[in-house]
Design a binder for this molecule. Sequence first.
Ligand code: FPP
Length: 214
Amino acid sequence: MDGNGRWAKKRFLPRAAGHKAGVDAVRKVSRAARELGLECLTLYAFSSENWKRPEQEISDLTGLMKHFIRSDIAELHANDVRLRVIGDYRAFDDEVVELIEGALEKTRDNRGHTLVIALNYGAQDELARAAAKAAEKGPITPAAIEAELDTAGLPPLDLLIRTSGEVRLSNFLLWQVAYAELYFTDMLWPDFDKEALSAALENFAARERRYGGL
Ligand code: FPP
């Protein structure tokens, strides 16, 4: 969900306004994903490297997350959405942790759609943790690592979208991306909407996936 800062700058607004508009996009795109029949949508909301940002920005983002859970969990639950979090969310303050755990508990049996939020997530950290857990149990094989990833049990990653014109993965889902299709758009995250998601899906549908075969 890249480009909140640039979206705000273009409008002479503070970065926090960009993140607020980013949350509005989260709401819209999450609804659109369900309407378009997607089984699962994963959003990269806070990376393990984002702690390097100014304290005020971290506090703005944390405030938005709290507000989002408080205001949106009822709608998500009513729409049979299961919430999952990847990354070590326990690094956030107690209030965030409690809100997240309440939301996970409330929605755990929902099966209509899964909304995954990556919080304090970094793929290298996820892989190191998964390999260590796998090693405790037996030989380290791809299947053994996969079973210990934060994404264990989620459907395979089909399409990865990055907004704002950056063309890199920035430590996101590095294991899961092995056979995923990649889609890069110049659109800034707050501008990303149902139409933009549909365009990405149309592009995806036209690709030929061979998984290493002929
Ligand atoms: C990247 O844009 C965006 C982020 C680091 C934060 C994304 C978080 C949200 C949209 C809000 C919280 C999420 C939920 C699920 C409620 P940037 O600030 O790096 O933009 P820039 O590259 O243009 O500066």
